[in-house]
Design a binder for this molecule. Structure first.
Ligand code: SAM
Ligand code: SF4
Ligand code: SF4
Length: 344
């Protein structure tokens, strides 16, 4: 799978996986307190977020993306915390569209600020958005996301994104037992079918150490597919590209597709080509890594481009992560980084 567009120094990790995707967290802040991600007891008024000086600047992010692209990255996803809280995010998008080798530039957002920013993001060159939404019931939405932002504002954000052409729109729904595994599941699927959005149901994961995860709270992918199938028959679709995380299904009646991300019950570490860059410039080679590698220190310390690339390559080349495959083993009980810190 060597690609001539990239530096010759490029190499796969210890398990033969190439570096292809980079998720960039642009802020650790969020205006929601989703129970499974940033529970208010932990992320309360006294929680200290990163000061601005700690965050990578847009210039620093762009420089790193150039180095990552030379090391094989083709897809960039901006995330957070809530990425639209980062001021002038459209400027960063415009800068990243100039980087050679990046084929796809996407954004994951809770959509609370999307209606206001969708046009500027599209004009800057953003390819598409994924919106996280766990319920279409206004009260349940408010409870799950623990926010005063009304559901109507999220729906408006999605509609505006579609209007300006940030398509195809994907909706990410974390499914948690007792939270939204009842009517919500089918309502969200129906919403996707009606509007042509691909809904992707995600198994609730044990990211970080604050969400009190228990295996009993996971609704297995199989159960989700069976529920959908009983209502609107579905059939599997081949994945688009190696490393695609969602299992894809098409509705037999032709009303689009639905995806399932079975991170817990059917892990996909074997094909994981994804790295993550935290808001303060640490490189994480796994969503469940306990620690990152400080690239900001290199950038701010005056490293040249070749040095940045060498460092990225060295870190990736040593990678042996496969947390989801080992989830229940003893070695895995260590402290992990929070999802809001490195993005989903
Ligand atoms: N704030 C943005 C949003 O919610 O779309 C971007 C960051 S958020 C951390 C990225 C994704 O991670 C969201 O789709 C969210 O639902 C998902 N997520 C957070 N905690 C999770 C968990 N414990 N299990 C599965 N997915 C989770
Ligand atoms: Fe915020 Fe996204 Fe985490 Fe919800 S999932 S608390 S919106 S970062
Ligand atoms: Fe990739 Fe780590 Fe997730 Fe496995 S657990 S798929 S290695 S991010």
């Amino acid at each position: 799978m060597h690609d001539a567009r990239y530096a010759d120094s490029q190499a796969p990790d210890r398990f033969g996986r190439w570096l292809r995707d980079l998720r960039i967290s642009v802020t650790d802040r969020c205006n929601f307190r989703c129970r499974y991600c940033m529970p208010r007891e932990v992320f309360g008024p006294d929680h200290v977020f990163l000061p601005r000086s700690e965050l990578l600047t847009f210039e620093e992010i762009t420089r790193l993306v150039r180095a990552f692209s030379r090391q094989g990255v083709r897809k960039i996803r901006l995330t957070g915390g809530e990425p639209l809280l980062r001021r002038q995010l459209d400027k960063l998008v415009a800068m990243l569209t100039e980087v050679d080798g990046i084929d796809d530039l996407a954004l994951t957002t809770n959509a609370s600020l999307l209606a206001a920013q969708a046009r500027a993001l599209r004009d800057a060159g953003l390819s598409r958005v994924t919106v996280s939404l766990d319920s279409l019931d206004a009260d349940r939405f408010a409870r799950i996301s623990d926010t005063r932002v009304p559901l109507s504002r999220i729906l408006q954000g999605i509609a505006t994104a579609e209007e300006v052409g940030l398509a195809p729109i994907k909706i990410n729904t974390v499914v948690k037992r007792g939270m939204n595994d009842g009517a919500d599941l089918l309502e969200l699927a129906e919403f996707g079918r009606a509007h042509g959005y691909t809904v992707r149901f995600i198994e609730y994961m044990d990211v970080g150490t604050t969400n009190g995860w228990r295996m009993d709270d996971v609704v297995p992918a199989r159960e989700i597919v069976d529920r959908l199938h009983a209502r609107w028959p579905v059939e599997p679709v081949d994945s688009d590209y190696p490393g695609e995380v969602a299992q894809r299904y098409r509705y037999r009646d032709g009303r689009g597709e639905v995806g399932i991300i079975a991170s817990v019950t059917e892990p996909f570490c074997r094909t994981c080509t994804r790295a993550r860059l935290s808001a303060q410039g640490e490189l994480f080679t796994c969503l469940f890594a306990a620690r990152g590698h400080d690239l900001r220190a290199l950038v701010r310390g005056g490293a040249d481009d070749a040095e940045l690339e060498r460092r990225i390559q060295a870190i990736w080349g040593r990678r042996t992560d496969r947390y989801s495959e080992l989830r229940t083993t003893e070695a895995n009980r260590a402290r992990k980084v929070e999802m809001s810190y490195i993005g989903g």
